[in-house]
Design a protein around this ligand. Structure first.
Ligand code: SF4
Length: 341
């Protein structure tokens, strides 16, 4: 009964999104990865770009990683793009280019977690499994009055069970889409639109006045502050860039020479001169502070200071400005370069 109401509501209110009109597992997968941590309006242009450039799993698998990251530039959480590229190659090499069809098998692939596996399995292959993302867990928690933290093992287990109760076995993909849509459009994090909710008369949180308290969370996100100093080292029409190979944020993207400090530094210090000379073998004629930026990520607050260095020496670490356009940079550095080159 609840499922029926939910599906009727969905039919009337769903947004017409391009990846909803397909059962191609490749397109569904691309959309699920792009929209995992991205709003629909922000992600849609990326979805179109991706499908145009890499229309199938083979074209994505064959592309160099730099090209994939360049297309992803600005979306953040770059591990999504790296994992996607890796998984495309796995599917081509080990599965003959065909997606595995069950949630269990899909979960074995890099970057495909519980939610994405269930979404692909139900939407593309009709497996009757509930897909629990942030929207769905919020809606289910409130609807059933679940008083277990949603980020606990117990919470996750119960949410999967509850989601399965909303699955119409004849149309599992649409059932999942309907729950996601209800969470996104009606059962919103703040000020849910209960007056227009098709399930209001059965909702526990609505009946008990506990909407504001749900969902419960066990772990509060701890945000670490980091201080990054980036140096635009310029010699005529050349600058120094390097690839971030270490694990962590922005892996395999390009950046300017970097010195990370324990606190914010506003004036040129000897540490900068010493470290830059050691690492990049440059003679600094002038070191000027350009601008400060604050970049907020989920677990990190980055205080980024940009500096300009003028030098009269060059070495083989420099590259010409016209070679920058195909390289993927974190968006904050890309914007800085656009404004300062
Ligand atoms: S009645 Fe309100 S709280 Fe309950 S499911 Fe609907 S929108 Fe969410």
């Amino acid at each position: 009964m609840n499922t029926k109401k939910l599906l009727e509501w969905y039919k009337q209110h769903k947004r017409n999104l391009p990846f909803r009109n397909t059962n191609d597992p490749y397109k569904i997968w691309i959309s699920e990865i792009i929209f995992q941590q991205t709003r629909i309006e922000q992600g849609l242009p990326y979805y179109y770009k991706f499908i145009k450039k890499f229309p199938d799993i083979f074209s994505l698998a064959q592309a160099p990683e730099d090209k994939v990251l360049k297309l992803w530039q600005g979306l953040g959480y770059y591990s999504r793009a790296r994992n996607m590229h890796h998984t495309a190659q796995t599917i081509v090499n080990n599965y003959d280019g065909k997606f595995p069809q069950t949630k269990k098998e899909l979960q074995l692939l890099k970057g495909i977690g519980d939610y994405t596996a269930a979404a692909i399995a139900s939407l593309a292959f009709g497996e009757p499994v509930g897909a629990v993302d942030g929207n769905v867990s919020r809606f289910l928690t409130r609807f059933f009055g679940l008083d277990v933290p949603i980020d606990s093992y117990q919470g996750k287990k119960q949410l999967t069970m509850l989601a399965n109760r909303f699955i119409d076995k004849k149309q599992p993909g649409i059932s999942n889409q309907a729950m996601i849509e209800l969470g996104a459009l009606v059962c919103k994090p703040k000020n849910p639109d209960c007056q227009n909710c098709p399930l209001q008369n059965k909702c526990t949180a609505y009946a008990t006045g506990t909407i504001e308290n749900l969902p419960l969370k066990k772990n509060k996100t701890i945000v670490k502050t980091r201080f990054l100093n980036y140096f635009l080292v310029r010699y005529k029409d050349e600058i120094i860039i390097e690839k971030r190979t270490q694990k962590g944020i922005w892996q395999n993207l390009y950046q300017l020479p970097l010195i990370e400090t324990h606190k914010e530094i506003h004036k040129a210090t000897n540490i900068f001169y010493k470290k830059l000379n050691e690492k990049y073998q440059i003679e600094i004629n002038e070191l000027i502070f350009i601008e400060k930026n604050i970049h907020q990520l989920t677990h990190q607050k980055l205080i980024i200071n940009f500096w300009l260095i003028r030098t009269s020496t060059r070495n083989n670490k420099f590259i010409h400005l016209n070679k920058l356009k195909n390289k993927a940079f974190p968006i904050i550095i890309s914007k800085f370069l656009d404004n300062n080159l």
